[in-house]
Write a new protein. Structure first.
Length: 94
């Protein structure tokens, strides 16, 4: 049942993005950018933005940004997300 729900969610998200891209690509960029912005704000407010690898300084923040961006996009479009935590490292799951 969960596999069917996950598949339907992915299909609806992909079709929705394709339809929005066809109608107005700027709106799609704003939607995905807004969603990612909220995701990063929540990460920063919760205090779990920094990457689990002990890297400090600008490189640490850059690595954390790339890691969270990649896992968010993969989790949203491949149904590998918070439901089964396959997109997260063991030290990230709190």
């Amino acid at each position: 049942m969960m596999t069917a729900i996950s598949a339907l969610h992915n299909i609806s998200r992909s079709v929705g993005c394709a339809m929005m891209m066809k109608a107005d690509s700027t709106l799609l960029v704003l939607l995905i950018g807004g969603e990612l912005t909220v995701h990063f704000i929540v990460k920063i407010v919760r205090g779990d933005f920094l990457f689990f690898v002990p890297i400090e300084g600008f490189v640490g923040y850059l690595a954390s940004f790339v890691w969270h961006l990649a896992t968010k996009v993969i989790a949203d479009f491949r149904s590998v997300g918070p439901a089964n935590n396959n997109a997260k490292h063991v030290f990230v799951m709190k």
